[in-house]
Design a protein around this ligand. Structure first.
Ligand code: CA
Length: 230
């Protein structure tokens, strides 16, 4: 397993490298966002450890750029304060998990191992619902985290897929924003739940015929959202 460590604090980067190599991971260090994108343009990794505060290009932008280039390597984001707003920004940018700094090395290794298993775990979980779901002549493939229309295939991030699957499983029922934060994404802190709305905007663009007057992902005023099949 090959891991790219994107971290500008040399001491921390070396520490992570040392500990990952003890766990038999191969590693490489990029000390800023620009170098990281250059390395990733030429090499494949199994996961990326991505600091947020970086010289040149910050971690959010690195994640956004990778996802827009259809690079879906799992990203574990290291956030300085672990503020829920930062975490949500990270998820929006395409991060798959986060760890607030400072962190315990044992927890870091556990989260990374979890992240590498995550897709497998998510795919296993979807077995209880349908792996392939069709709506509005679009096909959502939860195995491969893809949404297919007649003309194109769009990759979903893990967080988008989890949100969509949760709404589908609760078809016809209003799901609150708080429930999405806590049960779907595992965020327990108080946060501005309106950040979820950006995820819904993107999902509507993918699913609805008229994203501005949604029929499938409906807003339930004062509560949250509801998935409606017809
Ligand atoms: Ca930093």
């Amino acid at each position: 397993m090959k891991i790219l460590i994107v971290e500008d604090e040399q001491h921390l980067a070396e520490g992570l490298k040392f500990n990952l190599e003890l766990e038999d991971y191969e590693t490489e260090i990029a000390q800023d966002g620009k170098i990281a994108l250059e390395i990733l343009a030429n090499k494949e990794f199994d996961a990326i450890i991505l600091d947020v505060m970086l010289p040149e290009i910050d971690g959010f932008e690195v994640a956004r750029t990778l996802r827009s280039q259809e690079n879906f390597t799992p990203i574990l984001m290291l956030t300085a304060l672990g503020k829920p707003e930062d975490v949500l920004l990270g998820f929006e940018a395409g991060a798959d998990d986060y760890l607030p700094k400072p962190f315990d090395l044992a927890i870091f290794i556990a989260r990374l191992n979890g992240l590498l298993r995550r897709r497998e775990w998510f795919q296993k979980e979807t077995k209880k619902s349908e792996d392939i779901f069709t709506i509005n002549s679009k096909t959502i493939d939860f195995q491969n985290l893809e949404l297919k229309t007649e003309t194109e295939t769009v990759k979903l991030t893990l967080m988008e897929a989890k949100l969509l699957r949760h709404l589908i499983e609760n078809e016809g029922k209003a799901v609150s924003r708080k429930e999405i934060l806590q049960d779907v994404w595992g965020l327990n802190q108080e946060t501005d739940t309106r950040a979820i709305d950006n995820f819904i905007v993107r999902l509507r663009r993918l699913l609805e015929n008229e994203p501005n007057s949604p029929k499938i992902l409906q807003t339930v005023r004062g509560i949250g959202y509801k998935f409606v099949k017809n």
